[in-house]
Design a protein around this ligand. Structure first.
Ligand SMILES: NC(=O)c1ccc[n+]([C@@H]2O[C@H](COP(=O)([O-])OP(=O)(O)OC[C@H]3O[C@@H](n4cnc5c(N)ncnc54)[C@H](O)[C@@H]3O)[C@@H](O)[C@H]2O)c1
Ligand SMILES: O=P(O)(O)OC[C@H](O)CO
Length: 392
């Protein structure tokens, strides 16, 4: 990875956007602010150090705990040292997972081999994890979110702010509902999003990468930047919460299509590139159809094209979809065999997205999403992935 080149590019962009966002800490009217990297020395300290709570402790939850724990330790004026992490309790190798994390400082089930900072405290009690938190990080498979929100509703500190790292959407009462919308409605709090080209194991190994934080109020976006940004995990912030979130969910569907492509002998890199290009177009069309405020720039950030590329080459969705073609096993068996307790998100999202589009009578405008859904359901063959525009 030529990180030097990337950094020179980032500095150039910074010089450009600093002029544009010169007033970013003072507010700048209703016009969206272009994506930018905050200037560390200009970041205002919060009145009191903020207590952080993490909800989720899977593969990504653990990788992010490593970053957040280290940044909390490094910035005592901004954050309380102890960071609690809600862990869905289970036994692993004859011990409780919370005990393993707190004694060995490693999540041996979901992120083996990576040391966690000692200020990360695993807690099997959801309420005790969140009740004193000023900043809440949601990082768990999207199917568990409604139950979690029901449990913590009404039990949080006044003024709590949240960020979602969850790549998924909900289909509730025949309507598309984003995770950020669900959190905002249930908890009545401000919500940001963090999405990017971030395969958890690579982030945890401190390989250089970028990510995007979507914010509504710039002060909150900048505070979360401080919590997540590191030398090897470079965050840019975008004045668009929903755009990154929709990209994060939909790229999982395209990744399933890319995996189908990898599983069919006759298809190679060019074929996969075609699926990715059309997938990106459908992602943008979907996002802007449902949320016209989603900005075109968002698709050129790490959360857009960056994440699409990494996920179609190195992600779990891609891997499982390839295995679906090659082994002919069920999705449940593949998830169990290949992911060892981690959760496959793209198949569920392919179904949810299809139901939303079908319900709104616009499914024919999304031929690739429709074809991926049908292959997931066994109604079309994987070879049909390239015939997305010729099928009913
Ligand atoms: N893993 C990655 O590389 C990666 C990177 C970026 C974003 N994401 C996204 O982050 C989110 C979380 O993914 P992850 O990789 O941390 O999780 P994961 O796939 O490792 O999922 C397993 C997690 O689910 C928990 N769980 C199982 N049953 C549960 C239940 N009934 N209630 C509550 N929790 C339960 C497990 O304890 C574990 O923490 C997903 O939306 C994913 O798309 C993942
Ligand atoms: O492994 P996947 O397919 O869930 O993708 C992981 C990340 O979302 C890549 O950014």
């Amino acid at each position: 990875m030529n990180s030097k080149l990337l950094k020179i590019g980032a500095i150039g962009t910074l010089v450009g956007v600093t002029a544009f966002t010169g007033m970013h800490y003072f507010g700048c009217g209703s016009k969206p602010i272009k994506p930018f990297t905050p200037i560390e020395d200009e970041i205002k300290k919060p009145k009191t150090p903020q207590k952080v709570g993490i909800i989720g402790s899977g593969n990504w939850g653990s990788a992010i705990a490593k970053i957040v724990g280290a940044n909390a330790l490094k910035n005592p004026d901004f954050f309380v040292e102890e960071v609690k992490q809600y862990v869905y309790e289970e036994e692993f190798e004859g011990r409780k997972l919370t005990e393993i994390i707190n004694e060995d400082h490693m999540n041996k089930k979901y992120l083996p081999g990576i040391e966690l900072p000692e200020n990360i405290v695993a807690d099997p009690d959801l309420i005790s994890t969140v009740k004193d938190a000023d900043l809440l990080i949601f990082v768990l498979p999207h199917q568990f979110v409604p139950r979690i929100l029901g449990t913590i509703k009404g039990k949080l500190k006044k003024g709590v702010r949240a960020i979602t790292l969850i790549k998924g959407v909900n289909f509730i009462d025949n309507k598309l509902v984003l995770i950020s919308e669900l959190i905002e409605k249930e908890l009545e709090c401000e919500v940001c999003s963090l999405m990017g080209a971030n395969v958890a194991n690579e982030v945890a190994q401190e390989q250089y990468c970028e990510t995007s934080i979507g914010y509504k109020n710039v002060e909150t976006g900048v505070l979360f930047w401080k919590l997540f940004n590191t030398e090897n995990f470079e965050v840019r912030i975008v004045n668009d919460v929903k755009g990154p979130e929709i990209c994060g969910a939909l790229k999982n569907v395209v990744a399933i299509g890319a995996g189908f492509c990898d599983g069919v002998e006759e298809y190679g890199g060019n074929t996969k590139a075609a699926i990715m290009r059309v997938g990106l177009m459908e992602m943008k069309q979907f996002a802007q159809m449902y949320y016209p405020s989603v900005q075109t720039e968002t698709f050129f950030e790490s959360c857009g094209v960056g994440d699409l590329i990494t996920t179609c080459f190195g992600g779990r969705n891609r891997k499982c979809a390839e295995a679906f073609v090659r082994t002919k096993k069920s999705w449940e068996e593949i998830e169990k065999d290949l992911l060892k307790g981690q959760k496959l998100q793209g198949t569920g999202t392919a179904i949810e997205v299809y139901e939303i589009l079908k319900n709104d009578n616009v499914i024919d405008k999304f031929p690739l999403f429709k074809t991926i859904y049908k292959i997931v359901q066994g109604k079309l063959d994987p070879e049909d992935i390239v015939r997305y525009d010729q099928l009913d």
